[in-house]
Write a protein that binds this ligand. Structure first.
Ligand SMILES: [Zn+2]
Length: 250
């Protein structure tokens, strides 16, 4: 079973959530955060920085450290990531049952709740409900519980390429329209910016999205992939209508 890789942690000295981009720098990491990092979900397991073969950082559970169990359900990050084929089948089923929006709205609800409670002493709703699934692995008789990995859109650089994951966060959206070369068709796309730094994060084609979204700051959640387009990485939603959930902040 592969371990979960994730993009955030709790710093045990300020009890708040921190992200991968804050531990990029070795000096900061070793002088401040090393051995002071807890699971951002259960706050019980200790976690650590690691890097994949291509050098990209991620956070993982320390060997032999155990995650918490709440009401019989293991911590979201104690559950292995589901294989991609399973995630695709699961999302197709959710789409057929018109259930994609429910799951995405749960992500936004948790995001808002945790934003308000800066200290983490809140009754935490787990991501498990929105992102877990069961499947029967090949050549096995028993079902496995697994989860769809989730990433903050503000940690875009660290999101794995060409894999369907949940991507969510508070983000600034700008609506743009371009015409194709012979001016016969207009294409609408959204640009996402980091709310704090105002830096461009990524873009997404939005022709099919029905609502007239205006520029502004939104809570955003989608199931989608990060895919190369020319020299950029675009966000490609699994479903360009039902697979996107938005709530305006201001
Ligand atoms: Zn945990």
């Amino acid at each position: 079973m592969p371990d979960s890789k994730f993009d955030s942690f709790i710093y045990d000295k300020d009890n708040s959530v921190h992200f991968l981009d804050e531990i990029e720098d070795d000096n900061t990491y070793y002088s401040k955060y090393y051995e002071h990092m807890l699971c951002p979900e259960c706050e019980i397991a200790t976690v650590t920085r690691s890097h994949s073969k291509n050098g990209k950082l991620y956070i993982k559970t320390n060997k032999n450290s155990k995650h918490g169990i709440t009401n019989g359900i293991p911590c979201y990050l104690a559950q292995p990531p589901a294989p991609q084929y399973v995630i695709k089948g699961h999302l197709r089923q959710l789409r057929n049952n018109h259930n994609l929006q429910n799951k995405l709205k749960t992500l936004i609800r948790i995001l808002k709740k945790r934003e308000v409670a800066k200290n983490t002493n809140i009754d935490k709703e787990s991501y498990t409900d929105a992102l877990s699934l069961y499947y029967t692995p090949k050549n096995k008789a028993v079902k496995n519980r697994a989860v769809i990995p989730k990433y903050s859109i503000n940690q875009w650089y660290y999101i794995p390429k060409n894999e369907i994951v949940a991507i969510y966060g508070k983000v600034k959206i700008e609506v743009h329209v371009i015409s194709n070369d012979d001016n016969t068709k207009q294409n609408k796309y959204w640009r996402f910016y980091n709310v704090k730094s105002n830096k461009l994060i990524t873009s997404m084609w939005a022709n099919k999205y029905p609502n007239d979204i205006e520029d502004g700051i939104y809570y955003f959640a989608t199931f989608g992939t990060k895919e190369q387009y020319k020299s950029f990485y675009n966000l490609i939603p699994f479903d360009s209508v039902e697979g996107i959930s938005l709530e305006k902040v201001k």
